[in-house]
Design a protein. Sequence first.
Length: 71
Amino acid sequence: MNIKQAIATTHRQAIYSKTQKNADGSPYNVRVNGKCKTWKSDPERFLLPVKRGLKIYGYISNDNAENWVTA
């Protein structure tokens, strides 16, 4: 995933992990929970809020974006 793909995501869109798997072997997935945040002073930096299940929240950022794919 790169910054253009992160900006193009929509609310509740599924994003899949390249490295983690569920117990049944399917890819670990999260869904987009908000708008992608970007910075003018650092154009390569982004922060995309995601959610898994009912209580697990997190972010996809430029630091861990290589581990995620949208399709």
